[in-house]
Design a protein around this ligand. Structure first.
Ligand code: E4P
Length: 218
């Protein structure tokens, strides 16, 4: 199971990288806007800055919605750094762009996946990753983790190499559920990753160990 951090915030990316368990980063236009990154050159530089912090894949999303625009932008993004994975929405133009980019050995992350049918098309087009959005499905009363399990089973059955990247992860329990469902990667906020550390028996046990040590050594 790989961990990606779902942010464009450099401090959080550094913190996750320092933890030693980070495998990559995903961004999207909303996350870039949240950091106030604007203008084509600043956006490109920000992706390079992220690549220079992490050892792993960095998803950079195209803004174009037409096929020609997506492949042009995708090629420009991929040329920025070898770690860049071009993120493309799961539309008709997007699937065609995934097919084209993968034929040029450019890795892709097909995003905004909300059904196993969309994931199937993305995998057939050669996507490196598909990103089903767990939290956004939960938000509308549909089981997001269930979709992860369906896609993971389908990819295993047909031996697709495309990896299931569970996205829109909102909390720690989502990560554990996605592990059980067979996700290859979870992209999460830092708080959901560090939440995996929390256990009251760890805190209590450590407190007891230190108290016993101090009884004899103070
Ligand atoms: C990452 O690839 C997705 O864009 C992101 O996880 C979406 O998360 P959200 O539903 O919390 O915005």
């Amino acid at each position: 199971m790989k961990f990606f951090i779902d942010t464009a915030n450099l401090d959080q990316i550094k913190e996750a990288q320092d933890l030693g368990v980070l495998d990559g980063v995903t961004t999207n236009p909303s996350l870039m806007a949240k950091e106030g990154i604007k203008g084509a050159e600043n956006i490109k530089q920000h992706y390079v800055d992220i690549c220079n912090i992490v050892d792993g894949d960095v998803s950079a999303e195209v803004i174009a919605t037409d096929y020609e625009g997506m492949i042009k932008e995708g090629e420009e993004l991929a040329a920025l750094h070898p770690q860049i994975v071009v993120k493309v929405p799961c539309t008709k133009a997007g699937i065609k762009a995934v097919k084209y980019l993968s034929s040029k050995n450019i890795r892709t992350n097909c995003t905004l996946i909300f059904s196993s049918g969309q994931a199937l098309l993305a995998a057939k087009a050669g996507a490196t990753y598909v990103s089903p959005f767990v939290g956004r499905l939960d938000d509308i009363g549909t089981d997001g983790v269930d979709l992860i399990a369906q896609i993971a089973d389908m990819f295993n059955y047909y031996s697709f190499e495309t990896e299931v990247l569970a996205a829109s992860i909102r909390h720690t329990m989502h990560i554990l559920q996605c592990v059980e469902a067979g996700a290859d990667v979870a992209t999460c906020p830092l708080s959901a990753i560090t939440g995996l550390l929390n256990h009251p028996l760890t805190d209590k046990g450590l407190e007891q160990f230190l108290a016993d040590y101090n009884k004899l050594n103070s």
